[in-house]
Design a protein around this ligand. Sequence first.
Ligand SMILES: Cc1cc2nc3c(=O)[nH]c(=O)nc-3n(C[C@H](O)[C@H](O)[C@H](O)COP(=O)(O)OP(=O)(O)OC[C@H]3O[C@@H](n4cnc5c(N)ncnc54)[C@H](O)[C@@H]3O)c2cc1C
Length: 388
Amino acid sequence: MSSPRTSDVLVIGGGIIGLVTAWRAAQRGFGTAVVDPAPGGGAAQVAAGMLAAVTELHHGEQTLLGLNLASARRYPEFAAELTELTGHDLGYRRCGTLAVALDSDDRAHLRELHALQQQSGLESEWLSGRECRRLEPLLAPGVRGGLRVDGDHQIDPRRLTAALVAACERAGVVFHRVRAERLSVAGGRATGVVTPDGTALAAGQVVLAGGSLSGRLAGVPQDVLPPVRPVKGQVLRLTVPPRYAPFLNRTVRAVVRGSQVYLVPRENGELVVGATSEELGWDTTVTAGGVYELLRDAHELVPGITELPLTETRAGLRPGSPDNAPLLGPTELAGLLLATGHYRNGVLLTPVTGDAMAHALATGELPDEARPFTPRRFGAAALSEQPA
Ligand SMILES: Cc1cc2nc3c(=O)[nH]c(=O)nc-3n(C[C@H](O)[C@H](O)[C@H](O)COP(=O)(O)OP(=O)(O)OC[C@H]3O[C@@H](n4cnc5c(N)ncnc54)[C@H](O)[C@@H]3O)c2cc1C
């Protein structure tokens, strides 16, 4: 890098996706900078941190499953590398997940998920209600059955974020703690950004990793702007006093009256209960209705939660995309790459995104596993090729 205002790679957005991209780029020898008024903030401050490739499987998302599994496989090594480098404990727990059903509709839904998992060659085991309660004695007596998925783990996203900031600092990443006001384009190429006070930050390549705000950056040509929208999620944090530990041994989740609810127990006694899913623009208000529904549904699953102190309520924005999958790699604008749209799996997808983006920055191409996630799948040319 010739000056602090010039870099080989400039990453717009210091959420987990921008941070992992910057870290991996710096490790490859790129002079790297991140522009974000509050690096280390973003959706990961709210997220539960489930690494749930198998229990998050949905019909029509088999391509995304491949990327989710690739990232899940990388997690042990990724977490070990970050911890060794930074000394941070990431709260990575290979505790498994139990998805349960409370009534016959839920059970039918879970049976369908089980069939889809089996067709996809995934490991999950059907358990009776009694077997579920043997694993998790505090489950409600009405639990009718469930799926045991030992391969779905968890990490503490706040610790992960702090470790990524530390790893970036050690790798020499420069942080500009300011908003990017507009993308600079010259000669048909992205050349950097301009900040609100008119400062130009120049770069050989620019990565747009602005989470749910990625589609709003001025200066990005209309046909390159990512089709990303905010999907609000409210989350509660409770604390398990030592006398109640272990309250739950693994993540417990269910669909109650059509809404997802999960309880994620951390080793430090935190119990995360989430999450609502609301299409309300950039609103991050915590509402009485959201808190009520989460507590009501979680209480149906595990009645004992009403004994626990409620320590935090918070809402965050998932960066949703039209097919629920991320947009990764080069765009039609030379010099501009995207790393956004990770929706409800951004924490899970952090390791594979870092690797794919570093590869794309170094070679101009995505690695094979990430190719289906090119932003070009939403471009005008791709859309005009689709059957009417
Ligand atoms: C309630 C909830 C629960 C979740 N649970 C899970 C889970 O269990 N497992 C999982 O894998 N994922 C989960 N997620 C999803 C995951 O948190 C997100 O996919 C991920 O954090 C997105 O990261 P990001 O870096 O792309 O975006 P963000 O976290 O939104 O970060 C974007 C960053 O870009 C910055 N920025 C934006 N515009 C600009 C600009 N113009 N200039 C400078 N900076 C800019 C912002 O300040 C921000 O820091 C959850 C999300 C929510 C909300």
